[in-house]
Design a protein around this ligand. Structure first.
Ligand code: DGY
Length: 320
């Protein structure tokens, strides 16, 4: 008898076809985010699941889903999964590292350029029919070329962002929990500094850390006050890494010049203050959303699920 799996959110039909070669598949193609109760019910008799960052996999759920052997996240970030609880219940957990680095780095640059050059604000002005003449001092922005880029979190995505900076002939500073080997530093042309040095010297600060208790509000009022008043902050990592209340205040008071944000505390809710600010460029958690990459993420999760339930050794196992 085939094992049973559940796919918690909409995926490409090719992914369901692939899974159907191996399993009995039930899928929530309607794409409604399930309540914890609904998710627990759907998983109660399943051997495995493909889940998204909108699904919380915690002790409460795992206690009720005694059949479950594998949970495969369609994301590299996995702060929605309690790994210790998975291990305690003998559930293999996986993520999708490596397949979205370049796409996320590309989008980080979209945010950097849009924020530095005030693209969204200028477009809104034009669409609103307010453009009546060319002006010398219209939408004066920040030059990206030759600026100093500060990267906090120098994993695969941070490094991909750094490599792209050489085209803009930028100086690159980075702060990471651990200093990187010299050959990586030189490939990225990046200098290791403290978080404080980075925040005080960078014109553009971009965040690429996972969310954890250790990175909660990594950027708060104190850190924002260290930044230059002309600097911009970019976050395409996770909501909660930045204290959104403090950020709204800093953007409104001119403590920093702008922010480009793809992720938010408590998303999909967005701080109402951010929605009102013209110096914030906002996008709905789409940094990895190219057709090719979102497909690869889903396929990678499906491959992890097949491996987890057939040989117990998925390639992206988080809790060996
Ligand atoms: C990830 O993979 O963690 C991304 O945030 C999903 O969009």
């Amino acid at each position: 008898m085939k094992k049973a799996v559940f796919v918690s959110r909409e995926v490409f039909t090719e992914i369901l076809d692939f899974l159907a070669n191996h399993f009995e598949v039930q899928a929530n193609q309607a794409d409604r985010v399930l309540t914890p109760e609904e998710l627990a019910e759907a998983l109660a008799d399943k051997d495995g699941a493909m889940v998204s960052l909108t699904d919380k996999i915690d002790e409460n759920l795992l206690r009720r889903c005694t059949h479950l052997k594998a949970v495969c996240n369609i994301a590299v970030g996995y702060n929605n999964i309690d790994l210790a609880a998975c291990s305690a219940h003998g559930v293999l957990a996986t993520n999708t590292p490596g397949v979205l680095d370049d796409t996320t780095a590309d989008f980080t640059w979209a945010l950097i350029l849009a924020t530095a050059r005030r693209l969204n604000e200028a477009e809104r002005y034009l669409r609103d029919g307010k453009w009546d003449k060319w002006r010398l001092k219209q939408f004066l922005g920040l030059d990206v070329h030759h600026a100093t880029l500060g990267i906090i979190g120098m994993g695969r995505i941070g490094q991909a962002v750094a490599r792209r900076a050489s085209g803009f002939e930028m100086k690159v500073l980075y702060y990471n929990q651990h200093r990187l080997p010299l050959e990586i530093e030189s490939a990225c042309r990046a200098a290791y500094v403290t978080k404080e040095e980075l925040l005080k010297n960078a014109d553009i600060v971009t965040l690429h850390v996972p969310y954890s208790p250790g990175t909660h509000h990594l950027i708060g009022a104190k850190e924002l006050s260290w930044m230059k008043t002309s600097a911009i902050l970019i976050n395409a990592s996770r909501g909660g890494v930045v204290d959104d209340n403090a950020l709204v205040e800093a953007l409104a008071n001119g403590t920093i010049a702008g922010a480009g944000l793809d992720v938010f505390e408590g998303e999909p809710s967005v701080h109402p203050g951010l929605l009102k600010l013209t110096n914030a460029v906002l996008s709905p958690h789409i940094a990895s959303s190219s057709k090719k990459t979102r497909f690869r993420m889903a396929m990678r999760a499906a491959e992890n699920l097949v491996a987890a339930l057939t040989n117990g050794n998925p390639p992206d196992l988080l809790n060996p």
